[in-house]
Design a protein. Structure first.
Length: 243
């Protein structure tokens, strides 16, 4: 789980190293997929211990609601309900989103000391979860031109086949997302659409993790496996760094 350098930290988990049994093997971090609660708690406890910060999780619903986090969550606190993005300007608090083909997005304005995390699946991305997250960050003092974004691992356009009508509907709301799959059928590349959306918003620095969740068996993929776990993308402000 590599980290960035500097005061903004980012981590994307994999399937390896946890307590969950099949079909969630083994580092599932979601409480909402039917895994044993004790296994998920143990996995989250390990994550918290290794990162050295408490981590706040969401109960995601493919919407556009954004919550602002000002205090750390305890290990047994419930996930924030019906929310798909978090922002914080408080150092030492990890904020996380879960995914298994959807795009986990990590955002930061290091100069302002503001970070964000968003869950951007097909529905939420088209509805505008990222513009909503950027707006919530600017309310905490971030400037759009300074925001840096990581688009995390997700199902790639070559693997994401959808009906032609769905492709057209999503591309109308998220231009640049329509692609052809490797078999020549209608497809979606949500990361590409989000990139164009962020550039249009004025975000100058957008990077991507190129891994496809469907192709990489070290990652969770609902499209590949059906019933499965969820990886987490986490970001936080290093409490050891001065502002």
């Amino acid at each position: 789980m590599p980290r960035t350098s500097g005061r903004v930290r980012r981590v994307v988990s994999t399937r390896a190293g946890g307590r969950s049994r099949a079909p969630f093997t083994s580092f599932n971090l979601s409480t909402g997929v039917g895994d044993e609660p004790a296994a998920v708690r143990a996995n989250r406890e390990r994550l918290r211990r290794e990162l050295g910060v408490p981590v706040t999780f969401l109960r995601q619903v493919h919407g556009t609601d954004v919550a602002t986090v000002t205090a750390p969550s305890g290990l047994d606190d419930p996930d924030i309900d019906a929310t798909d993005a978090l922002v914080t300007a408080t150092a030492g608090i990890g904020i996380a989103v879960l995914a298994a083909d959807c795009v986990p997005v990590l955002l930061a304005d290091p100069a302002a000391g503001v970070v964000g995390a968003a869950h951007a699946g097909r529905v939420g991305a088209a509805a505008g979860v990222l513009p909503a997250t950027v707006s919530a960050m600017t309310a905490l003092g971030a400037e759009v031109a300074r925001i840096e974004v990581l688009l995390g691992p997700a199902v790639c356009g070559g693997c994401y086949e959808v009906p032609a009508a769905m492709q057209a509907e999503v591309d109308a709301a998220l231009p640049g997302s329509a692609v052809r799959t490797r078999t020549g059928t209608a497809g979606l590349d949500i990361r590409a659409g989000l990139y164009h959306q962020l550039v249009a918003l004025g975000v100058a620095k957008v990077g991507g993790d190129p891994r496809c969740t469907r192709e990489d068996r070290n990652l969770y993929s609902h499209r590949r496996d059906g019933r499965t776990g969820r990886l987490a993308a986490i970001t936080w402000l290093d409490p050891g760094s001065s502002r």
